[in-house]
Design a protein around this ligand. Structure first.
Ligand code: NAD
Length: 302
C-alpha cells in the first residue's frame, strides 16, 4: 500500500473514533491530528499510540492546521455537535464561521482531498467549495452514506437478510429532508414487491432512518461509530481507487449547492456524479430537499 497521510481536524467524538477506525482498517500510514483544544488533542494522540502495535499506522502527531496541509486526505469534523432535540440545521450559523476559518487557515494544496463531516454537512461542503481553490471534485461531504447504511439495515432486518444484500439510495440533504430513491431499491436483486413491502412499511422505515440520529443523541448525546465507519469507507474508495458508487454530498454547479447523489469514487475524489432515473414522486421529494438547502444557504452562507 502506498504511504497515505490523513489529517483529522476536530478531535471530538467523531474525529477520535475516525482516527481509531482508520488505524484498525490499516488505511492511514500517518495521522496528523488537530484540535483547538491542544491538551485534549495531545491526550488523543497518546491514547491512539497505544493502538500502534495492532495497526499499520506508524506515525501519529498533534499538529497545526498549517502542518495538516501536507496530508493526502483531510477530514474536517470540527465544530459544534447537535444537542438532544436539536436539528442539524440549527448548527449552521456557528459551524459555518468555524469551517470558513479552518479552510482559510488550512489553504488546502491542489492535490488534497477534503472530506467534510461537520453538520449541517451539505452546507459545510458548499462552504469548503466556496472558500478553497480546490477543484470541486476533491471536496466531498459524508452526506447520506450513513443514512443509506441505516436504511439498508432496517430493510435487511425487515426481510431477514443481511444489509449487504440490500441495495438502496438516499439522496438530497443529510437531514430531515432526505429522500429515499425507492425506484433504485432492491433486496437480493428483487424489487420491494417481491418482499411484500407495502408503501406504509416503506414510509415507516424511511421515517425511522431520519429519526435514528435523534434517538441516539437523546440516549448518549452524540453519534460517532457509524459516521466514522462511513468516513473510513470513503477513504478506502479513494486510497484504493475503487471506482465504487457511494452517495456523498457533492457540488452541483447548476444549482450552486452541495447535496448527496450517487458518485463514482476513486483516487481523484469524485470521478463522476451520476443522475439516477427517478420517478416523478422522487423528483418532487428531491426538489423539496434542495429547496430546504437553498433556504439554509441564503440564511447562513458567509
Ligand atoms: P465534539 O464536540 O465531540 O467535537 C468537536 C471538536 O471540534 C471538539 O474537540 C472541539 O474542540 C473541536 N473544534 C471546535 N472548533 C475547532 C476549530 N476551530 N479548530 C479545530 N478544532 C475545533 O463533536 P462531535 O460529536 O465529534 O461532532 C463533530 C461534528 O460532526 C458535529 O458538527 C456533528 O454534528 C458532526 N457529525 C456529523 C455526522 C455526519 O453524518 N455528517 C455524524 C455525526 C456527527
Amino acid at each position: 500500500m502506498k504511504h497515505t497521510t490523513i489529517a483529522i481536524i476536530g478531535m471530538g467524538n467523531v474525529g477520535a473514533t475516525t482516527a481509531y477506525t482508520l488505524m484498525l482498517t490499516g488505511l492511514a500510514s500517518e495521522l496528523l491530528l488537530v484540535d483547538i483544544d491542544q491538551e485534549k488533542c495531545e491526550g488523543e494522540v497518546r491514547d491512539l499510540r497505544d493502538v500502534m502495535g495492532f495497526s499499520a499506522t506508524s506515525q501519529i502527531s498533534a499538529t497545526t492546521l498549517t502542518q495538516a496541509r501536507t496530508a493526502d486526505i483531510i477530514i474536517i469534523c470540527a465544530g459544534k455537535a447537535q444537542k438532544p432535540g436539536q436539528s442539524r440545521r440549527e448548527l449552521a450559523q456557528i459551524n459555518s464561521a468555524i469551517i470558513a476559518e479552518i479552510i482559510k487557515e488550512l489553504n488546502p494544496r491542489p492535490e488534497t482531498i477534503l472530506l467534510m463531516v461537520t453538520n449541517p454537512v451539505d452546507l459545510m461542503t458548499l462552504i469548503a467549495c466556496k472558500r478553497s481553490s480546490l477543484p470541486h471534485t476533491k471536496i466531498i461531504g459524508s452526506g447520506t452514506w450513513l443514512d443509506t447504511q441505516r436504511l439498508k439495515r432496517y430493510l435487511g432486518e425487515h426481510c431477514g437478510v443481511a444489509p449487504e444484500s440490500v441495495s438502496t439510495l438516499i439522496l438530497g440533504e443529510h437531514g430531515d429532508a432526505q429522500c429515499v430513491a425507492w425506484s433504485q431499491t432492491s433486496i437480493g436483486s428483487q424489487p420491494l414487491s417481491y418482499w411484500n413491502i407495502s408503501e406504509k412499511t416503506a414510509h415507516e422505515l424511511a421515517h425511522q432512518t431520519t429519526q435514528e440520529a435523534y434517538a441516539i443523541i437523546q440516549a448518549k448525546c452524540a453519534t460517532y461509530y457509524g459516521v466514522a465507519s462511513c468516513i473510513a469507507d470513503v477513504c478506502k474508495a479513494i486510497i484504493y481507487n475503487e471506482q465504487r458508487i457511494i452517495p456523498v454530498s457533492c457540488y452541483d454547479s447548476e444549482r450552486d449547492l452541495c447535496y448527496s447523489m450517487p458518485c463514482i469514487m476513486g483516487e481523484q475524489g469524485i470521478e463522476q456524479r451520476l443522475q439516477p432515473q427517478l420517478t416523478p414522486q422522487e423528483h418532487q421529494c428531491l426538489e423539496q430537499s434542495l429547496q430546504t438547502l437553498i433556504t439554509l444557504k441564503h440564511e447562513t452562507l458567509l
